[in-house]
Ligand binder design. Structure first.
Ligand code: G3I
Length: 470
């Protein structure tokens, strides 16, 4: 029986390939193309090493192929854009905006009012002088947001203004000490005036640790309610989501469920939730096993589910591409990203890819198109952004794209590959089959009937598809 199916498959497969009808299977699927199908943004920072030109070309190729939103790791911060008073430096930021436009990507600006990476002159010249600090902050926002008006789609207007333990405003901040909490409200108003169409976020970490009044997110929620009631132009909350993988109590380090609870509360206020700086690191110095990496992939997927499933969530941004270039070492963590040191995708990549592939939006919700009805902005919905441009960009940047596949019964036929690596995953993203050096076809006789994701890699060609084994 299987032999007959296999033969039939060979004949059909050859017929399809030679008739040029295998298109449905020929296009490469990336995180980016699948994110766009699901109306969400998926992204990664451009590391500071990219700005310095110190990364292999493969990094940029991966970045523009897999992601549709970008943010600079350090290059749009206060110390980078206004290193001395009134002398603005937009070189690196312009470079990123140009790259983003050339590749059809959305741009996040990070960050306008933050206690860290403020150049020394601010405190030295104006520390504790409220009037002068208000002038300095306004001038900075006017210039920076004004410079990128219409090009930076969203800004972290205020970053990390809440302290970690007993939630209250963070005391050690030149802005808070000199101005008081009103620097926050003012920053939003100034940013909105400088670019009325930019989406404006409050961004912070540890927001996945619950929404009780004792937790940071609980404190933040009270502030968001007040801002909304007072007409402060805030449109989104960014959850940095720098979390640690641990086998101990997950709730100690936060959980996807807690972040989802925050998303739901924000929805009631018509405010979006974005995941803006995700990494899931392991403690430095421990051996990280294959099953650790698979568990890490599952956690990446659980955070992605919030973005896919909550109507007011639209962005899933990772704080780095490869473990080789990551800030996590400074936090005593390691291996928190989705590509390894050699720029090979990790199980977390597969987990995200498979989830994006098999996500089916609930029938009864008009997912994402209804995100935030903000009347002060022309357009805040994902639907109305640069989807057309990005599609073109993907087509251009999808790499060789010459590999195609077709399945008949238990046989997988591969065209355009000389020596492919084939990986099969179940619909939860767990690996079920793997083979190297495949040419022509391979028998998946040990894989039982059902739906699977299969990935074929040959050199730089990389094709992932959903298949049914019957
Ligand atoms: O620019 C100097 C350079 O001139 C010098 O040669 C070099 C030597 O160490 O240091 C360079 O500055 C470093 C800068 O990154 C640029 O590479 C700083 O020392 C270093 O502290 C800084 O770290 C950044 C950190 O923010 C600072 O707070 C990390 O790269 C960046 O990933 C991190 O990003 C933050 C987000 O903005 C906010 N959320 C948390 C996140 C992680 O901490």
């Amino acid at each position: 029986m299987r032999t007959q199916q296999t033969l039939a498959g060979v004949v059909l497969g050859i017929a399809l390939f030679s008739a040029g009808l295998s298109n449905a299977f020929a296009a490469d699927e990336t995180l980016r193309s699948l994110a766009e199908k699901n109306n969400i943004y998926i992204g990664a920072i451009l590391n500071s090493q990219w700005f310095g030109g110190g990364l292999p070309g493969q990094y940029e190729q991966i970045h523009k192929t897999q992601f549709n939103i970008v943010v600079a790791e350090n290059e749009m911060k206060f110390d980078a854009t206004e290193p001395s008073e009134g002398r603005f430096n937009y070189g690196n930021g312009d470079k990123m905006v140009k790259y983003a436009k050339a590749n059809g990507m959305r741009v996040r600006g990070h960050a306008l009012a933050w206690h860290s990476q403020v150049p020394g002159w601010v405190d030295q010249k104006y520390g504790k002088n409220k009037k002068e600090l208000l002038r300095v902050l306004k001038n900075h926002i006017d210039n920076v947001v004004g410079h990128w008006k219409g090009q930076v789609d969203e800004w972290d207007v205020v970053n990390e203004a809440i302290s970690n333990n007993e939630p209250q405003w963070r005391g050690y901040s030149v802005w808070y000490q000199g101005i008081g909490p009103e620097f926050i409200d003012s920053a939003f108003v100034w940013a909105h005036a400088a670019d009325p169409n930019a989406e404006l976020c409050y961004n912070d970490y540890n927001l996945e640790q619950g929404i009780s009044p004792k937790a940071k997110a609980g404190f933040l929620l009270e502030q968001v309610k007040r801002w909304v009631a007072n007409g402060i132009p805030i449109h989104c909350v960014g959850s940095q989501t720098h979390v640690e993988d641990t086998t101990t109590d997950k709730h100690f380090i936060g959980s996807p469920d807690s972040l989802r609870a925050l998303a739901k509360e924000l929805a009631k206020l018509n405010i979006k939730l974005k995941i803006t700086e995700l990494d899931i690191g392991f403690k430095s110095g421990i051996n990280v096993s294959k099953s650790d990496l698979e568990r890490q992939g599952k956690t990446f997927r659980e955070y992605l589910d919030i973005i896919l499933e909550e109507p007011n969530a639209d962005t899933y941004l990772i704080w780095g591409v490869s473990d080789k270039w990551s800030w996590l070492g400074g936090l005593n963590r390691q291996k928190g990203l989705i590509y390894d040191d050699n720029l090979n995708p990790k199980p977390a990549f597969d987990s995200i890819l498979v989830r994006l592939q098999n996500f089916e939006p609930p029938q009864d919700t008009a997912k994402k198109d209804t995100v935030v009805a903000d009347t002060s902005k022309k357009d805040t919905t994902v639907k109305d952004t640069t989807v057309k441009d990005t599609t073109t960009a993907i087509a251009k940047s999808a790499g060789p794209g010459s590999v195609s596949m077709y399945v008949a019964g238990h046989t997988l036929f591969i065209a355009g590959a000389n020596s492919a690596k084939v990986d099969v995953f179940d619909m939860q993203g767990r690996p079920v089959f793997s083979a190297k050096n495949v040419k022509g076809s391979i028998d998946l006789k040990d894989v039982s009937e059902g739906l699977y994701m299969v990935r074929v890699r040959d050199g730089s060609a990389n094709l992932t598809k959903r298949i049914a084994i019957k």
